[in-house]
Design a binder for this molecule. Sequence first.
Ligand code: G3P
Ligand code: CA
Length: 390
Amino acid sequence: MLSYARDPERSLLEATIWSTFSPVTTTFFYTPERIMVLARKMHSIPFKSLIFRRAALLLSALVGAALVTVCTAGEPDTPSARLGTFDIEAHRGGRALRPENTLQSFANALSMGVDTLELDMGVTKDGIVVVSHERGLNPDLARGPDGHYLPPPGIPYVKLTLNEVKQYDVGQIRPGSAYAARFPDQVAIPGTRVPTLAEVFALVRRSGDRHVRLNIETKIDPNHPDESPDPQQFVTVVLTLLNREHFADRVMIQSFDWRTLQLVQKQAPAIPTVYLSEQHEDDPNVFAAKSSPWTAGFDPQKYGGSVPRAIKAAGGKIWSPDFADVDAQAIREAHQLGLPVVVWTVNRPEDMARLIDMGVDGIISDRPDLLRTAAAQKGLPLPRGYPVSP
Ligand code: G3P
Ligand code: CA
């Protein structure tokens, strides 16, 4: 694992190498802003000799030249997708700290400093992209104007207008529920509404954070086609919004439903697609030895049982597995295929440390505060915070 904080010269060298040999991952993870930060760090340290300074200038020039390559190159196959920087992602904005998938949680994450805001998307009856983990209002989260939580099973967004969705308060997990017991430290903020994705973009703009990216998930289930738009409609509405808001170059699109990712790749090939996989929990979406409705035909059984090989064949850019499903060998295989690995959802510091040592390229966590600490302990660079209110 690279140690940028301690060794900025080496970091800039790595950035230069990556810029030259891996334009795709470089464009995404070595943004010009990050390279500038590395360059600034390098110039601010006391060099022992003039030769060092000259070497630094030469490297800076090489980075500039490599960036031109990045902007003009096509998409090569890379020998390894090992990323030069580590991705700190706030899962649902950091659900252990603030109400999930709300402007409150995203403002909290932006204020502390993360690389990526992870969030989930649904689409309302009137075609608005809202931010929510379930395909509808969640009975454990949504309280109506009468102050009562919705009875199960909730209401799908495709049956509600945005105006109707906005009547519900999602600022406090239903007290006494099993879900509330999982997040005892979440600060309740009554009055919080389900945000639209456009409102999240506005918050990011207002924060002034030009570094942060958004990992946005299409919440769609092939087994419940009546609870969301079909894959093409879903992708169209999301891509239209991204273009209108000029956010297409700041997102990755993730999904367990690889059908939507296939459509994104065809219609917006510059947007990195993140293939989510779940192999061993209650509700797997991929299987080593049988086909699945989630995989758009890219079932691992056709690729020697290998999930990363299936994702590579599908044209995915990043593999995002349940962290319990990976080991060092699987991560190595993904890297050899040119796939970075970003695991979810890791909330214990000891797991974070172990996975960083194992070589993952990013971690998605409900506790971005603990993840920052774990990353710092490994010598990884920390994104600065951009204090903002929701
Ligand atoms: O981004 C990965 C993670 O969010 C997938 O799990 O169920 O929290 O959306 P889930
Ligand atoms: Ca998610």
